[in-house]
Design a binder for this molecule. Structure first.
Ligand SMILES: Cc1cc2nc3c(=O)[nH]c(=O)nc-3n(C[C@H](O)[C@H](O)[C@H](O)COP(=O)(O)OP(=O)(O)OC[C@H]3O[C@@H](n4cnc5c(N)ncnc54)[C@H](O)[C@@H]3O)c2cc1C
Length: 476
């Protein structure tokens, strides 16, 4: 298991639960996972007035005719069960006055269905509880800090990996299956809500082993990330705050968008407002919201000198979520036998061109479980020696991050993307090639030189294999 965020921890616990021995390899401490920072919660159709079909309809609508229906159905059907599993493992979710699970409302959801913990500290609570379980499970060997640097293949099958400690020699790990749970790549963009380590390491590892990557053009930009000259720039103000009544206002103090529309719409409306006004941020008016419900956000606002009872919070979009990833089936299998991907590093097509809020933590648990079980059923690896490697991963420079923000931001065109094809960071080149292949605008992918959506591309995903050449594939 590579990665100890929500997906890796949960998949490791499920695999260990079948009696398997699991090596859980993680490059960084818990507080540097995206999972730790998740604020809103887990989407699950649990309310009396909700249903799997409603959740599915909302997911497909948000995905802009690109969400892979069978993956979305699996998510919506299995998410309530996974919330129950987490409760059984000891995770305590927030309850309403009647003692039932308190369900939040977020953009794009037609019902209250977001389960949360500690107000907006959901990720922190869940990962803390799951990592304590993993640390004490005798079938799980936690290897940390250790960074997977390449995958080992034998006869076309993934048989293990090579990992590097901060100091010392590389370590070879032979395994019946490798599950990548390395998170997304939003930190490749200059302005991001993600921890710095979210640079798509799993995508680079998988590509190095010849696996297909999918939908790299679809990066979700969160509409309301704090705009601040300092380290808190990009801090996320969860959609749940808008769900509780916060409004967005322009420089004239006027509302300009339905705050609870799906993310792509709200982010683009803010971008248009910023272009029109020349301002760096719009205002999020939280004065009518009880910020005691969001203590970690209130604390950060206080830290940067913003009084939410009096001031507007300056916000602007930032790169937030990787809809694309390692192409994976409904059990997390990649195109290379023995190699799996789950959580944000995977692309089952579930989110299409625009992820519905709080579907990603749900994805970590639903598909983490499926991959954990499937990987345990793979055959034993052959007895081979893992050779020393040419690392498949590297660290992007600030120039690459600036170039991605400039040329593959909320709005892009062919001329800018062509510059990115020359970028020294290999994953940036694959992103540019995928963006260029899709001659249309859709969801999070907005091409100023192709402003319309091409219905002929509905359901058609962009794949890049070992040769780096994008191709289209229809996923039904
Ligand atoms: C601020 C913020 C708020 C969010 N809020 C929500 C929310 O409310 N609801 C929701 O559904 N989603 C939310 N998301 C998205 C969600 O948190 C992520 O999609 C999800 O947590 C990803 O989990 P993961 O396990 O796939 O990856 P991560 O949690 O990012 O974990 C990745 C792991 O991989 C390890 N790793 C990476 N590369 C290597 C390597 N080469 N070798 C070894 N280990 C490696 C890292 O150290 C880490 O342990 C939010 C995201 C952010 C950033």
């Amino acid at each position: 298991m590579v990665g100890a965020g929500a997906a890796g921890l949960y998949a490791a616990l499920v695999a260990a639960g079948t009696g398997a021995r699991v090596a859980l390899i993680s490059r960084s401490p818990l507080a540097q996972t995206a999972s730790y920072w998740a604020q809103g919660g887990i989407a699950a159709a649990l309310a009396a007035d909700d249903s799997v079909e409603r959740h599915l309809d909302d997911t497909l609508a948000a995905g802009r005719a690109m969400a892979h229906a069978s993956a979305a159905r699996v998510l919506c059907e299995e998410s309530p069960g996974r919330v129950g599993d987490l409760q059984e493992l000891g995770v305590s979710f927030d309850a309403d006055r009647g003692g039932n699970l308190a369900l939040g409302l977020e953009g794009g959801h037609s019902r209250r269905r977001v389960v949360h913990a500690g107000g907006a500290a959901t990720g922190r609570r869940i990962t803390r509880d799951l990592s304590a379980l993993a640390a004490t499970d005798e079938r799980i060997d936690v290897l940390e800090p250790l960074a997977a640097s390449s995958l080992a293949t034998h006869d076309g099958r993934c048989v293990g990996l090579i990992a590097r400690p901060r100091r010392g020699d590389p370590v070879g790990v032979l395994a019946r299956a490798v599950v990548l749970a390395t998170g997304g790549m939003a930190a490749l963009w200059e302005r991001s809500t993600n921890p710095r380590g979210a640079i798509g390491a799993g995508l680079s590892l998988a590509h190095g082993a010849g696996a297909d990557l999918a939908d790299l053009e679809f990066m979700q930009f969160h509409p309301t990330a704090l705009r601040h000259d300092g380290p808190r720039d990009g801090f996320l103000i969860t959609e749940a705050v808008r769900g509780e009544g916060a409004t967005l206002v322009n420089a004239a103090g006027e509302r300009f968008v339905d705050e609870l529309a799906p993310r792509d719409q709200v982010a683009l409306a803010i971008e248009a407002e910023l272009e029109r006004s020349g301002e760096r941020a719009v205002g999020l008016d939280v004065r009518g919201v009880d910020m005691d419900r969001f203590p970690n956000i209130a604390a950060v606002l206080e830290e940067v000198g913003i009084d939410p009872r009096r001031d507007l919070v300056p916000v602007a979009p930032a790169a937030h979520y990787t809809m694309g990833g390692v192409a994976a089936d409904l059990d997390g299998r990649s195109s290379v036998p023995g190699l799996y991907a789950v959580g944000e590093s995977a692309c089952s097509g579930l989110h299409g061109a625009n992820r519905l809020a709080s579907n990603s933590l749900a994805e970590c648990f639903v598909f983490g479980r499926r991959a954990g079980l499937a990987a345990c059923a793979d055959p034993q690896p052959p007895t081979v020696t893992i050779p020393s490697d040419e690392p498949a991963t590297s660290i992007p420079t600030e120039q690459t991050r600036a170039a991605l923000w400039r040329h593959a931001g909320l709005q892009r065109d062919a001329a800018g993307l062509a510059h990115l094809l020359e970028d020294p960071f290999p994953l940036a080149r694959l992103i540019a090639a995928s963006c260029l292949a899709r001659d249309e605008s859709r969801g999070a992918h907005q091409r100023t030189d192709h402003p319309g959506t091409d219905p002929a591309l509905d359901g058609t995903h962009t794949l890049v294999g070992g040769d780096g050449e994008p191709r289209f594939e229809l996923w039904e």
